[in-house]
Design a protein around this ligand. Structure first.
Ligand code: NAD
Ligand SMILES: O=C(O)C(=O)C[C@@H](O)[C@H](O)[C@H](O)COP(=O)(O)O
Ligand code: ZN
Length: 373
């Protein structure tokens, strides 16, 4: 079983890359569960596939196991759902020695982690990510939280999991559009950190869906990069912000369009294309590199433009971004493939850029509605 550590002093934890993760979970996770009681949080799509089996294997090891199933999708990532979860945890008598096990995609992971961070001022949690996006990004690093209607992840905490358990075979049941969403964050790692990985993705992006070894390599490499960045800057005082490439615009698209219209991965794909173009517009990036990023995103089957969102609405949402300073939007802009920088840009300049981008690039075939899932 391969393992990547996230070294964070006394909050250090392992990411295990295992097979048969659902049936072996009790054996692997036992050392990371302090008490007898565990609460599985999962969603309505994942429960019938894996939730029931995980529940029985944990029970057969002697754990006192509870489970809550939330409706699948981004619309569940709210304070309202959190309140339901807190009450269910209380009813199940979860105490400070109990552990929450998040079984699902990034939505389940973010909200379960948030509940774990805040219930009784914080209890342990473990991530068992089931979507590609969650396996390469959201299950690692301890950013947990929920959305407000106008602002993505506006309420949250940093709360590291005790362990992460990844099994790429769980992705066999993931819908194709959700698989592509995960590719968006994988491509991000190439742009922000690792040119050789970007080059490898250019060659291999088509194979990831059908070649398990290549998929496993892409997942492990993504986790290695994220672990490296998070271990240097756990609470985003500096370096960690680079993981937000594509997200200033991506998050604004998600909330402006209404949560769930674009998946997070789709919105971040469009965000990466726009923010690369903004880097060209501001003189940081060569046009040919912006084209390379856009081409890889297109080859991954991801959208490169949004539809039906007014510039002013997008700008209004960008102004709620957590990276902002003095009410000016902040972007992570590529300088080259493999190198990015944090840049503050005035609202007027962003407005001019969006207007030009629309005039120059809009063609009816590019302004995509969300990819079908
Ligand atoms: N905390 C972080 O660092 C971080 C990083 C990236 C994204 N995120 C957050 O993650 C969320 C997006 O995560 P996501 O893309 O996983 O979305 P998601 O959790 O909504 O999962 C996508 C869909 O796939 C289904 N699904 C998941 N695994 C499945 C499987 N194995 N088989 C069949 N269906 C399966 C889910 O039920 C859901 O319908 C967003 O809220 C985003 O903000 C957080
Ligand atoms: O882990 C991080 O740091 C990231 O920024 C990873 C992002 O892919 C992820 O979408 C994260 O949830 C965004 O965080 P936010 O602080 O912009 O809400
Ligand atoms: Zn993201």
């Amino acid at each position: 079983m391969e393992k990547v550590n996230v070294p964070l002093g006394n909050r250090t934890y392992p990411i295990f890359f295992a097979n048969n993760v659902i049936t072996d979970a009790s054996r692997i996770l036992k050392p990371y569960v302090q008490g007898k009681t565990v609460m599985i949080i999962t969603d309505t799509n994942i429960d019938p596939l894996y939730g029931q089996t995980l529940q029985s294997t944990l029970k057969s090891e002697g754990f006192n196991v509870h489970k809550i199933v939330i409706p699948a999708g981004e619309k569940s990532k709210t304070l309202e759902t959190s309140e339901i979860l807190y009450n269910r945890c209380l009813e199940a008598n979860l105490d400070r020695t109990s552990t929450i096990i998040s079984l699902g995609g990034g939505v389940v992971g973010d909200i379960s982690g948030f509940v774990a961070a805040t219930y009784m001022r914080g209890i342990d949690f473990i991530q068992v990510p089931t979507s590609l996006l969650a396996q390469v990004d959201s299950s690692v690093g301890g950013k947990v939280g929920v959305n407000l209607p106008a602002a993505k992840n506006a309420v949250g905490a940093f709360h590291q999991p005790r362990a992460v358990l990844i099994d790429v075979s769980l992705l066999k049941t993931l819908p194709a559009g959700e698989f592509r969403s995960g590719l968006s964050e994988i491509i991000k790692y190439g742009v922000i950190w690792d040119k050789a990985f970007f080059d490898w993705l250019e060659e291999n992006i088509d194979d990831l869906k059908k070649d398990d070894d290549k998929l496993q390599y892409a997942v492990i490499q993504s986790c290695r990069i994220k672990a490296e960045i998070v271990s240097q800057d756990e609470r985003e005082k500096g370096l960690r912000a680079i993981l937000n490439f594509g997200h200033t615009i991506g998050h604004a698209i998600e909330s402006a369009a209404g949560y769930g219209r674009y998946t997070h991965g789709e919105a971040v794909a469009i965000g990466q294309v726009y923010e690369s173009s903004l880097a060209v517009h501001t003189g940081f990036l060569k046009q040919q590199n912006a084209h390379k990023i856009k081409r890889l995103i297109q080859n991954a089957g991801l959208p490169v433009d949004y539809a039906d969102i007014e510039h002013e609405c997008l700008i209004e949402r960008m102004l709620y971004d957590k990276k902002n300073v003095d009410t000016e939007p902040v972007f992570i802009l590529p300088m080259d493939i493999g190198e990015v920088k944090k840049v503050k840009i005035s609202v007027d300049n962003v407005r001019r850029f969006l207007e030009r981008a629309r005039e120059n690039t809009l063609n009816p075939n590019q302004a995509a509605n969300p990819v079908s899932r």
